[in-house]
Write a protein that binds this ligand. Structure first.
Ligand code: ACO
Length: 375
């Protein structure tokens, strides 16, 4: 059915050139603007990585302080967005809240539909600053708790945990979240970034492109997998049940969430770091039950299917130990990936050409029209 020019799912198709992110799928390396993401996760802050992705170089102290200030000043969404969040049914999926709230935020953005680079930069700052607030506001609002406004003294990671849980987070949690945000910040032409670039490629505005990206991230084959991994862990419950549960899933040809990757053919370097954090946070919490279940699942899936865990496999366990509810795991992914989305959208605007592939048509071509009465 496919000829040589057709690749199902666009596998290995190079759709554009980019200076932002490089994945070596054989070696298991992820590189942002020349820097190893694992190295950045160890030494940098998420805010530094946002700057790096946007500008192609690490900031100096003055530049980093200026970005932190801009983010802090922009972190509270327009009152219309806050009102929308407060009015939504409490059982709305948080990714749906985020998609809708970001779209609404675009309507009230002071730069409107302006497309000059300065306006787009300001909009990118607002998006990075407000997505965590939107997610935290909804969590507070659905539990009818007092909505805490952002605290400009805290880092983006610390502020999110503070607003989400209503408590001052531990240093370990803030560091772990900051590391997770760095590791999720960009990943070349993943599905959500591609959809953002397709939308930006029509010269539509940045909010429209990010709204497309959020809708794409939501699916369980992409960012939605982290939530499903923890649902699987909860369903398996005990070490004795790992093999029977997975055997059933294999027999039913179900995909095991948190495994496999289109590009990595070895360990996903992000999963390696998150695995260590999952262990460390479990030790601090005094329970390694979830970690041990993940290890047993990982070992058996590798043995039976030769599949490696991806970034979504350990992240949920880390987020749970910070007090983040399961349906907010994928929104946390968005809180990070907005850095990469905006970098890619700005790059797309800078050197734009409409993205418009072809389909290999497989239907008939010469049917004769039959009048309604004869059908
Ligand atoms: N569980 C069981 N089998 C799998 C899995 C899995 N998680 N992943 C791949 N396979 C098998 C497939 O069944 C297929 O086998 P077959 O050739 O015998 O039919 C083979 O490996 C190739 O899989 P594809 O689905 O064709 O690989 P593709 O590159 O299209 O998909 C994807 C990649 C979507 C990540 C896939 O591995 C998957 O569905 N994983 C589970 C969902 C997940 O964890 N998503 C998060 C990805 S990371 C991210 O987006 C942040």
């Amino acid at each position: 059915m496919a000829d040589a020019g057709f690749k199902s799912g666009l596998e290995d198709v190079v759709a554009l050139t980019s200076d932002i992110c490089f994945i070596d799928g054989k070696e298991g390396r992820l590189v942002y603007r020349g820097y190893d993401a694992v190295d950045l996760a160890q030494h940098a802050s998420f805010e530094e990585v946002v700057f790096l992705l946007w500008y192609g170089r690490l900031p100096n102290e003055t530049e980093l302080s200026a970005l932190r200030r801009e983010l802090a000043e922009s972190s509270d969404p327009h009152s219309a967005v806050r009102d929308l969040i407060a009015s939504l049914p409490v059982n709305t999926a948080p990714m749906d809240v985020l998609r809708t709230a970001v779209s609404l935020a675009g309507i009230y953005d002071p730069d409107g539909n302006a497309m000059d680079p300065e306006a787009n930069h300001r909009k990118a700052v607002r998006l990075v600053a407000q997505i965590p607030t939107i997610v935290a506001y909804f969590e507070q609002s659905r539990h009818r708790r007092e909505v805490l406004r952002p605290n400009p003294q805290l880092s983006l990671a610390g502020n999110f945990l503070y607003m989400l849980t209503g408590q001052n987070p531990s240093e370990q949690s803030v560091k772990a979240l900051d590391t997770a945000l760095i590791l999720h910040a960009d990943h070349e032409l993943n599905a959500s970034t591609f959809s953002a670039r397709v939308t930006a490629g029509t010269l539509s505005d940045i909010y429209s492109a990010v709204t497309s990206a959020i809708g794409t991230l939501k699916g369980p084959l992409h960012g939605g997998a982290n939530e499903q991994v923890m649902r699987m862990v909860d369903a398996i419950e005990t070490l004795d049940n790992v093999r029977p549960w997975l055997d059933r899933a294999f027999a039913e040809k179900r995909k095991i969430m948190g495994f496999g990757h289109r590009v990595y053919k070895t360990d996903d370097p992000r999963a390696v770091v998150l695995r260590r954090i999952s262990y460390e946070m479990g030790e601090t919490a005094g329970t390694l039950t979830v970690y041990q279940l993940l290890e047993a699942i990982g070992a058996y899936v590798r043995e039976r299917k030769q599949l490696h865990p991806n970034v979504d496999f350990y992240s949920g366990s880390v987020y749970r130990m910070m007090g983040i509810p399961a349906d907010i795991f994928t929104p946390v992914f968005a809180i990070s990936r907005i850095a990469g989305w905006t970098a890619h959208i700005l790059e797309q605007y800078h050197n734009n050409r409409l993205i418009r592939p072809r389909a290999e048509y497989t239907g008939p071509t010469h049917l004769a029209y039959k009048p309604l009465a004869e059908r």
